[in-house]
Design a protein around this ligand. Structure first.
Ligand code: C2E
Ligand code: CA
Ligand code: CA
Ligand code: CA
Length: 281
């Protein structure tokens, strides 16, 4: 038709643009990863639905570029993976998180367990575990237990199940707990689930979005909660945004809720000021 030429041109232009942006980001990322000053960490509370208590949080990375401004991890994490920068970035996140947890422990802070996202690349090589081992051992040498959790995805585990199981076994020996993130979206068959050393399942936001009005999403959510219960695994609903969702999930016996309804991810200072209002009924 009449517009084909123009559409093609727009597409071509966007491709160039996205490639340029990728190059810009990878260059900036390399530079930012010399002193890590442009990065910081935010923490999003997980609420125990039966009690309203907050003792856990997920840590999420933030990057504020001096010229480009805030760049979403959804954009730069895949680029860090593609250009083999992710391992060092994860190392920084883990070290910072462990340091923060040590400070919190000293002051008897309400957050006692933090989960860190592991990249889908993590299970590609056995050697990737040694960085985690070192960080955990150093922290233990400095005294006390460490309630660190790792969030992994089904897809990364299923890529090479045998190697992932071996690596997960090593991580469990360090007393780390494992959460299966974005559950329901990946390739995993439910039959594999009982063989994985998983402590917690996180129901993906795309299902929670449909609760309680859409039948399909609601049925899947109910099924995942029942499945987790029958396997003795705790379950988190992610992306809870409304009171209605909160009440529904609580009624179903979902163990934890995480999402904007309770709290946005916050820096350490804002998180502390939240303590007064943190009880959810
Ligand atoms: P994720 O692990 O599934 O993290 C949840 C994302 O949902 C976060 O986005 C969080 O801010 C957002 N979120 C939480 N509650 C709500 C809600 O109620 N509504 C909506 N609309 N969103 C909500 P964020 O921080 O932009 O991170 C996006 C993704 O980037 C993460 O998805 C994770 O895959 C990745 N990521 C973030 N930080 C790290 C990190 O330190 N390391 C690695 N490897 N990946 C990270
Ligand atoms: Ca996560
Ligand atoms: Ca998730
Ligand atoms: Ca997600």
């Amino acid at each position: 038709g009449k517009n084909e030429g123009r559409d093609r041109f727009v597409l071509y232009d966007e491709l160039i643009h996205s490639d340029r942006r990728e190059q810009l980001i990878v260059g900036s990322l390399r530079k930012a990863m010399t002193d890590y000053k442009e990065f910081n960490l935010v923490y999003q509370p997980k609420i125990a639905l039966a009690t309203g208590k907050v003792e856990q949080a997920e840590v999420l990375i933030r990057w504020n570029h001096p010229k480009l401004g805030f760049i979403s991890p959804a954009e730069f994490i895949p680029i860090a993976e593609k250009y083999s920068l992710i391992h060092r970035l994860t190392e920084w996140v883990l070290k910072e998180t462990v340091h923060q947890m040590e400070l919190w422990k000293k002051e008897d802070h309400f957050i006692r367990q933090v989960s860190v996202n592991l990249s889908a690349m993590h299970f590609r090589s056995e050697s990737h575990n040694s960085m985690i081992k070192e960080i955990v051992h150093h922290s233990l040498e400095r005294g006390g237990e460490l309630h660190l959790q790792l969030e992994i995805t089904e897809t990364s585990v299923m890529e090479n199940l045998e190697r992932a199981l071996m690596m997960l076994g090593e991580l469990k020996q360090l007393s780390l707990t494992i959460a299966l993130d974005d559950f329901g979206t990946g390739l995993s068959s439910l039959t594999h689930l009982k063989h994985l050393p998983i402590d917690i399942l996180k129901i993906d936001k795309s299902f929670i979005d449909e609760v309680p009005h859409d039948e399909r999403g609601t049925a899947i959510t109910e099924m995942i909660i029942q499945l987790a219960k029958s396997l003795g695994i705790a379950v988190v609903a992610e992306g809870v945004e409304t009171l209605e969702q909160h009440e529904f999930l609580k009624r179903l016996g979902c163990d934890y809720g995480q999402g904007y309804y309770y709290s946005r991810p916050m820096n350490v200072k804002d998180l502390d000021q939240q303590t007064i209002e943190r009880t959810v009924r």
